[in-house]
Design a protein around this ligand. Structure first.
Ligand SMILES: NC(=O)C1=CN([C@@H]2O[C@H](COP(=O)(O)OP(=O)(O)OC[C@H]3O[C@@H](n4cnc5c(N)ncnc54)[C@H](O)[C@@H]3O)[C@@H](O)[C@H]2O)C=CC1
Ligand SMILES: O=C(O)C1=N[C@H](C(=O)O)C[C@H](O)C1
Length: 272
């Protein structure tokens, strides 16, 4: 039991944090060795099982990443961009695999994570589910097969607590569509249409975000032409799909060479 890789979950009280703690606890391939929350959070100092409303599990919630990561083989991190950038440096120092699910990161944040990944194993993806990563590959193939007569639109739908848009998944799908077409996503993105926008530009990739209720996460990639539409869709109904993917990534990362990997690497779905 004690030989199993030790996992620290950051953002322990969050929607994903709690799901990850349950997933690690239920796994016979890993053990939970730490649970982290932000300084000042009322879970700090409590047993994480009790704080989640269940039985004690012998892991006390801490706000000290240095101390927590020193005991871990992997950190699974679904928090916020500033926290994730800080954790990337500390995980590299502690030599543990950093699995990053956090979305909404800016260019600067991504540069800092890439710098940490020169010395550390980082697995980062805007969506850790098998289904979405398959959809990424399908999107690339369909975009390569259809010409610019087909307007590409990415539509994402999430719960009303989500703070970033477009979702990390929508950006992955948009990138896959751009790669399939052999164009730069930055050059063709249409985000946040409002007002007199002018007609849609041929070859652009549009993004729309819908927010409401407790929707876990839905993504459509629409290829719309005169007379027909092709729609690729993924619907997540349970956050367990993300947590299972993240734990898989944490185990896959053990003993790898330093570098930044994604879920296509973990799942063996890459191009070659
Ligand atoms: N890649 C994927 O498969 C998925 C990614 N996500 C992303 O994960 C992130 C979190 O999502 P949710 O769990 O829904 O959010 P949430 O708001 O429920 O949880 C975030 C948690 O992080 C904690 N946190 C913030 N700063 C911290 C710090 N410095 N130290 C420790 N803890 C800190 C917060 O207190 C909170 O408990 C978002 O960016 C979301 O988009 C969510 C689901 C799947
Ligand atoms: O915030 C969420 O909830 C989710 N975030 C990820 C994203 O931004 O794509 C993944 C999933 O869709 C849920």
């Amino acid at each position: 039991m004690t030989d199993l890789p030790g996992i620290v979950v950051t953002g322990a009280s969050g929607r994903m944090g709690q799901m990850l703690i349950r997933t690690v606890q239920e796994s016979d391939r890993a053990r939970l060795v730490g649970a982290l929350e932000r300084p000042g959070h009322d879970w700090i100092g409590q047993d994480v099982g009790r704080a989640m409303g269940g039985a004690e599990i012998g892991v006390t919630v801490t706000d000290d990443p240095l101390e927590a990561f020193a005991r871990a083989h992997a950190v699974i991190d679904f928090t916020a961009p500033a926290a994730t950038v800080e954790f990337a440096g500390i995980a590299a120092q502690a030599r543990c695999v950093h699995v990053i699910g956090t979305t909404g990161m800016g260019e600067d944040d991504l540069k800092k994570i890439a710098a940490a990944a020169r010395h550390a194993i980082v697995v980062r993806a805007g969506n850790m589910s098998l289904g979405v990563n398959l959809l990424v590959q399908l999107t690339k193939k369909v975009a390569a097969a259809l010409d610019e007569d087909y307007d590409i639109e990415v539509i994402e739908t999430h719960h009303n607590q989500k703070v970033d848009a477009p979702s990390g998944t929508a950006l992955m799908l948009g990138q896959a569509a751009a790669d399939g077409r052999g164009v730069s996503l930055d050059a063709v993105s249409d985000r946040g249409r409002d007002g007199i926008t002018g007609k849609r530009e041929r070859g652009h990739i549009g993004f729309s975000a819908i927010r409401g209720g407790d929707i876990v996460g839905e993504h459509d990639v629409m290829f719309a032409a005169a007379g027909e539409r092709v729609i690729l869709r993924h619907v997540a109904t349970d956050r367990a799909v993300f947590a299972r993917g993240a734990l898989k990534a944490a185990l896959w990362g053990q003993g790898r060479k330093p570098g930044e990997y994604d879920m296509l690497d973990v799942l063996g779905l890459g191009d070659g």
